[in-house]
Design a protein around this ligand. Structure first.
Ligand code: UDX
Length: 458
């Protein structure tokens, strides 16, 4: 155990909360404080109902909270009292002005940097945890070190690679910890201080270092590569449907090549989540900014294929259901952008629902964890939407089920019983290839998997 440290995290979201809970749990001698401007969010972190659902998080927080993990709205005191500050505020895609729809909106980041500057009475290490465009650290350094009162700030980049739904496992056993710093004496010292924190539970060989710009860029590139694999297999799924091939068989054959690997080759309705689209667009914007048009176009096509895959799903539904969805009841199984999370940010389910409403269908949304967020996402949607948590009840009286999130519970439902309660002919559109399609067909459903020939009774 290294010497005691006082750590602050500004931003109590999907990254800040779980990451600090892990540090507090692994380093009982450290004092870890998480602050946020949103009092409701902080109140939730201090309650029995945490603001995010993440397997294993409740136990981790319950064990450390009040001992060496604290949640507070007092940002000023937090900054004054801590020497190591993680910044994990959100950096959404800019919605206005230059770079709208592409570039990252850095206003929260800059405000936070100015707060750190205003309230600091001693030198500090400031760590970028949010995903940021390359060279953000430079802007941070310039803002933070704009005063000449003997207080100095070392800015480090320490991107977080955790995935939602497996955050606790990813934090406990990360593939790597990346720390980018200046190569100056001060920069290297700050880097070692941060490495010491992780070394409490992560093997030293997995803690890698780089220059600060490589570190910032690595996060964008890692997400772009992951998303690119999904768009590649989704593009192939469209081809499989035409060529009577089976995308699962193709993915298995391709993925067994050890140079390619088997992960992230599941064809789907499309990727969602707060990171992939935002980070790729960010990368695209960066490339265009540097005049690298071909590189920008290349990465942008990953997002275009993702949009295409979602629209293709709707068109397949329309085609299969006799070219009209008007007045038909469609049940969505799953609204979260993936299983084991309540997060619905950029979930393909939002797009699918809106498109179904445009076609004048009635939509019944079902999800074990994400209905609260679904209601917020669809608040302004024109048309008939209802919310039913129980997937069996949700499907009652529906003409079709569209499976959008790969929740395990959908594997174990009594499909025979469900079939009986539905309008006929009954359809299943499996946007995750999760169900046993042959069985669904035998029960009587017309089944439309992704990237495989449909099984129909017509
Ligand atoms: C991602 C990165 O994995 C993580 O390293 C980074 O820190 C944040 O972004 P996350 O968004 O939580 O994490 O989810 P991830 O598991 O990567 O899935 C992203 C999307 O791709 C989901 O919508 C998922 O359903 C979809 N996906 C994933 C597929 O459609 N097919 C696959 O084979 C894998």
């Amino acid at each position: 155990m290294t010497s005691a440290k006082k750590i602050l995290c500004i931003g109590a979201g999907y990254v800040g909360g779980p990451t600090m809970a892990m540090i507090a749990s692994k380093c009982p001698r450290y004092r870890v404080t998480v602050v946020d401007i949103d009092p409701e969010r902080i109140a939730a972190w201090n309650s029995d109902e945490l603001p995010i659902y993440e397997p294993g998080l409740d136990q981790l927080v319950a064990a450390a909270r009040g001992r060496n993990l604290f949640f507070s709205t007092d940002i000023e005191a937090g900054i004054r009292e801590n020497d190591i500050i993680f910044v994990s505020v959100n950096t959404p895609t800019k919605a206005f002005g230059l770079g709208a729809g592409m570039a990252a909106d850095l206003q929260y980041w800059e405000k936070t940097a100015r707060q750190i500057l205003a309230f600091s009475e001693s030198s500090k290490i400031v760590i970028e945890k949010s995903t940021l465009p390359v060279k953000t650290a430079l802007a941070m350094e310039r803002i933070l070190n704009s005063r000449t009162n003997g207080v100095f700030f070392d800015v480090l980049s320490n991107p977080e690679f955790l995935a939602e739904g497996t955050a606790i496992h990813d934090l406990e056993q990360p593939d790597r910890i990346l720390i980018g710093s200046r190569e100056t004496e001060r920069g290297l010292k700050a880097r070692e201080t941060l490495a010491e924190i992780y070394a409490n539970w992560v093997p030293r060989e997995k803690i890698i270092t780089s220059n600060i710009w490589s570190s910032e860029l690595s996060k964008l590139v890692a997400n772009a590569f992951l998303a690119q694999r999904i768009s590649s297999i989704n593009a192939v799924s469209a081809l499989c449907e035409k060529a009577e091939a089976d995308v699962t068989e193709v993915a298995r054959a391709v993925g067994m090549d050890s140079r390619i690997g088997a992960k992230f080759l599941n064809a789907s309705i499309g990727f969602g989540g707060s990171c992939f689209k935002k980070d790729i667009l960010n990368l695209v914007y960066l490339c265009r900014n540097y005049g690298l048009e071909e590189v920008a176009d290349y990465w942008e096509s990953v997002v275009k294929i993702n949009d295409y895959q979602q629209e293709r799903f709707i068109r397949n539904m329309l085609g299969a259901m006799f070219n009209t969805l008007a007045g038909k009841r469609i049940c969505l199984w799953g609204f979260a952008f993936k299983a084991n999370t309540s997060d619905t940010r950029e979930s393909p389910a939002i797009f699918v629902t809106r498109r179904l409403l445009v076609e004048r269908a009635e939509v019944v949304v079902s999800d074990p964890k994400a209905l609260k967020n679904a209601r917020i996402d669809l608040a302004g949607a024109a048309g008939r939407v209802s919310y039913v948590e129980d997937p069996v009840r949700a499907a009652e009286g529906c003409h079709a089920i569209a499976l959008l999130t790969e929740w395990d519970l959908y594997r174990h439902l009594d499909l025979r019983k469900i079939f009986k309660t539905m309008e006929k002919p009954a359809f299943i559109f499996d946007g995750r290839n999760l169900l046993d399609h042959r069985r669904c067909f035998d029960i009587g459903f017309n089944v439309y998997p992704l990237g495989k020939p449909p099984l129909t009774h017509f």
